[in-house]
Write a protein that binds this ligand. Sequence first.
Ligand code: HEC
Ligand code: HEC
Length: 435
Amino acid sequence: MSLILHRLLPGRVALLAGVTFSIVLLACQPVAAPPATIARKAAKASMAPAQMQPASFYETPFERRPSVAELTELGRALFAEPALSESGKMSCQSCHSPQHAYSAPNALPVQMGGTHLTTPGLRAVPSIMYQQATPAFSEHFSDNDGDDSADQGPTGGRTWDGRVSSAHDQAALPLLSPLEMANSDRASVVIRLRSSSVAARFATAFGAQTLSDPEKAWNGLLWALEVFQQSPGDFYPYSSKYDAVLRGQAQLSTQERRGLEAFNDARRGNCAQCHPSAIKRGAFPAFTDYGHINLGVPRNRHIAANANSTWYDLGLCGPMRTDLASRADYCGRFKTPSLRNVGLRKSFFHNGVFHSLDDVMRFYAERDSQPQLFYGRTDQGGLQMFDDLPPTMRGNVHVEAPFGAQRGGKPALTRAEMRDVVAFLRTLSDGFKPG
Ligand code: HEC
Ligand code: HEC
């Protein structure tokens, strides 16, 4: 804890006023210590809106209010527009590729961004599909379900640490992050928008004067990006084989069915505890309960920031998020991602440390029985369990099934069961055509 948080506090509070909706941006500024650039960039990249007034955002007095269909198509064009980045080469789509379930098109654990596309990011790109029902972040979530209404702890929000609540606030992050699209401020984004290929369409949608009003233009940009991400055909088509099975239009193969059983079984995979697989109150499953959990994912030595042994990405408790910095018990928690389309992804977990579903399965099944497969060694040669957490925080790690096996003992799933679960996970990719 002391390793990083003490360096990062006290934070610097940056207030960007003068916009129709005022977001309070909290950025923490490292006091000292190498690698200063990484830490500073991370802090800046992490600006988290702490308070929002969503009503006023939607009440922006545009000259013209476009229809949902217009906003969707405008948002689609903006999402693919590289002119909105300082490099002129990076759009949302560079990292969230439509052909890869709107996640990274390559197997890099983190993407390169910034002015010259040479600055490495800090986290793996999540898929941004099936996010439409994400609840706003709450430390005490309960889904009021009768038998399941207990406090489920930190839940929801957007990004891996839930620090943003709406898709329009989220869209501001990459546009202004020095690790990503690298604009220095909102006004520069609007200047770029004015001379982009989308400018004419933007002016048609919101009115001719909008582009000369930076505050309205900024809100219009974020709104169109948000509405595009609410488009069912693009972002939540429910067209996987598993959806067809739920509708009675297809059947799982024997292996896929065995995989689903192991996935649901509380004594084997226990995956459905956090990645629910059943229809609930009429809604098809999102394969996430949006909970924030510490799985003790191994440190990824291929992330540049990790060259500094005192740098840790601790998720909920910081440093990208700053409001829960005092909650040492939250350190290491990250949001449970949806497993829909997970078969199209090439890097897994918040730090992209694994590159195949087989490796992910071995981690779940053998983390505690065969930890030497996953974790590094100390200078003295001893095994360093949970090596991506400072030593004092290693007790935060989740130990219930499928975890909790004895060292050297029997893993929760056999190799054959792991293959079955992977076969099942592959039925969650959209685009299945029932025969
Ligand atoms: C350089 C790569 C990159 C670019 C460009 C980029 N993103 Fe992301 N996106 C990420 C990463 C990495 C995260 C996870 C960030 C975190 O957890 O702090 C993310 C997270 C998100 C999320 C939250 C997903 C979740 O699981 O809650 C959304 C929504 C999103 N991006 C939309 C966008 C939009 C819209 C744009 C364009 C304005 C964009 N992204 C541009 C890399 C990128
Ligand atoms: C206690 C809750 C919990 C259980 C049980 C659980 N998961 Fe997860 N899962 C998570 C969380 C949290 C993450 C993200 C962790 C991180 O990145 O640090 C995750 C991430 C994943 C990912 C990576 C997805 C991506 O987009 O990067 C896969 C695949 C996955 N889980 C599959 C499974 C399977 C299969 C099982 C059962 C063997 C399982 N999970 C059991 C909470 C859980």
